[in-house]
Design a binder for this molecule. Structure first.
Ligand SMILES: Nc1ncnc2c1ncn2[C@@H]1O[C@H](COP(=O)(O)OP(=O)(O)O)[C@@H](O)[C@H]1O
Ligand SMILES: [Mg+2]
Length: 343
C-alpha cells in the first residue's frame, strides 16, 4: 500500500454521539441525537443552526464539560484516534487548554474579574508548559500583541473590567492560544459584542488561527459569519446534523430545506421584508417521530413520508450529507452564483 494511502486518524472524530438527560417524568430525552463528524488538522469547520439546535452541547460533550444531569449515552469522541469519552477529569484537563483552546460567547466566563489579565494569561501558559515567570510574561506580551493589543506590556497589568468587551474577547482568544492548541473551539465568539467590533474580533481570531495553523470549530447561528470563515459546515437542527458539506456546496446547492431557509433569511436580513423560517424548532422532549423539520417545511406539505419516517443522513454524489427525503428538490435561493464560484 502506498504511504499516502495509510490514513492517519483525523484530529477529531465524533461518531454517533448521543447526549441525554432525564425529563420531568423520568423519561430519557435525547438532546444530541446521533451526531457524527470529523475535523482535520488546520481546518475551519462551521457548526450552524438556530438557538437550541444542539451546537453548544455537542462541543461541551467533546470537551468533557457537559452540565450536571447530562451524559454521553452512546457514541465515541476520538482525539487523534484515541477515544476520550469517560476519561478522568485530570486527563481531560490535559487536553483542554493545551490541545484544545476554547472561546465562549461571554469573555467574562473565561476571565477572573479579580486578577490582572497578564497574570491570568501567564498562569494559562505555566499550567501546561515548564517556563519561568519571566519567560511566561514575555510570551504573554507576544500573545497580546498577536491579537492586536497595542502597548501589551503596560496593558497586561489591567483588570478585565478596565478593558472593553472587544478587548476582553481578544484576551480570551490569546488565552485560548496560549499553548499553541491543535484545535480551537469558538462558541458564538462575537455574538455578545458590539456590531462595530464583531468583524475586527473575528478577523483577529482568524489571523491568529492561521499563524498557528490550528483547526477551528466555529459555532454560530449566523450562516454568513460561518461562510466567511469556514471551508466546511455542519447544519444542525433539533439535536441532529441535517446537512453537512463544503461551504460552496451549501450555498450553491443546498440539499436540506432547513439550510435553504437559513440561506433565504441570510439573504434578506437587510431587507424590509426579511424572511424568517415560519414556526419554531420542536423541544427535544416532543420532537416529531418523522423529520423534525417537517412541521415547518414547504416540501413536506402533503407528504406523509416526512411525518412518518425519520430521514437518515445520507452521503450524496458530491460527497455532502443530507437528511431529507426530497433532497433533490431543494434549490438555492441565491439569485446569482457568487464571484469565483465557477469551475
Ligand atoms: N443543562 C441542560 N438541561 C436540559 N436541557 C438542556 C441543558 N442545556 C441545554 N439543553 C437543551 O438542549 C438543547 C440544545 O441546547 P444547546 O446545545 O445549548 O443549543 P445551541 O447551542 O444550538 O443554542 C436545547 O433544547 C436546550 O434547551
Ligand atoms: Mg449555544
Amino acid at each position: 500500500m502506498p504511504a499516502e494511502m495509510i490514513t492517519t486518524p483525523p484530529l477529531l472524530e465524533v461518531q454517533g454521539l448521543v447526549v441525554t438527560t432525564t425529563g420531568p417524568d423520568g423519561e430519557t430525552v435525547r438532546l444530541i441525537d446521533d451526531v457524527s463528524f470529523t475535523v482535520d488538522d488546520g481546518e475551519v469547520v462551521g457548526i450552524v443552526g438556530e438557538s437550541g439546535s444542539g451546537k453548544s452541547l455537542t462541543m461541551l460533550a467533546v470537551m468533557g464539560l457537559l452540565p450536571y444531569g447530562l451524559e454521553v449515552a452512546s457514541g465515541s469522541i476520538r482525539w487523534r484516534g484515541k477515544d476520550i469519552v469517560g476519561l478522568r477529569e485530570q486527563q481531560l484537563r490535559q487536553i483542554r487548554g493545551r490541545d484544545i483552546g476554547m472561546i465562549f460567547q461571554d469573555p467574562m466566563t473565561a476571565l477572573n474579574p479579580l486578577r490582572r489579565i497578564g497574570s491570568q494569561l501567564a498562569e494559562a501558559i505555566r499550567l501546561h508548559q515548564k517556563v519561568s515567570r519571566a519567560e511566561a510574561r514575555t510570551r504573554v506580551h507576544g500573545l497580546l500583541a498577536r491579537v492586536g493589543v497595542k502597548d501589551a506590556a503596560t496593558r497586561a497589568r489591567a483588570y478585565p473590567h478596565e478593558w472593553s468587551g472587544g478587548m476582553r474577547q481578544r484576551a480570551v482568544i490569546a488565552m485560548a492560544m496560549a499553548n499553541d492548541p491543535a484545535l480551537l473551539i469558538a462558541d458564538e465568539p462575537t455574538t455578545a459584542l458590539d456590531v462595530t467590533v464583531q468583524a475586527q474580533v473575528m478577523m483577529t481570531l482568524e489571523q491568529a488561527r492561521a499563524e498557528l495553523s490550528s483547526a477551528l470549530i466555529l459555532i454560530t447561528h449566523d450562516l454568513g459569519l460561518a461562510a466567511q470563515n469556514a471551508s466546511r459546515m455542519l447544519i444542525m437542527y433539533s439535536g441532529r446534523i441535517v446537512e453537512a458539506g463544503s461551504t460552496r456546496d451549501i450555498f450553491l446547492s443546498p440539499t436540506h430545506p432547513y439550510t435553504q431557509g437559513l440561506l433565504r433569511s441570510q439573504l434578506t436580513a437587510r431587507d424590509e421584508r426579511a424572511y424568517a423560517i415560519p414556526g419554531n424548532p420542536p423541544s427535544p422532549r416532543s420532537r416529531p417521530s418523522g423529520c423534525a423539520f417537517a412541521p415547518r417545511c414547504e416540501l413536506a406539505r402533503g407528504r406523509s413520508i416526512c411525518v412518518e419516517v425519520r430521514p437518515r443522513l445520507e452521503t450524496r454524489p458530491n460527497g455532502s450529507r443530507s437528511a431529507c427525503h426530497f433532497a433533490d428538490e431543494v434549490r438555492s435561493p441565491l439569485p446569482v452564483a457568487p464571484i469565483g464560484s465557477e469551475g
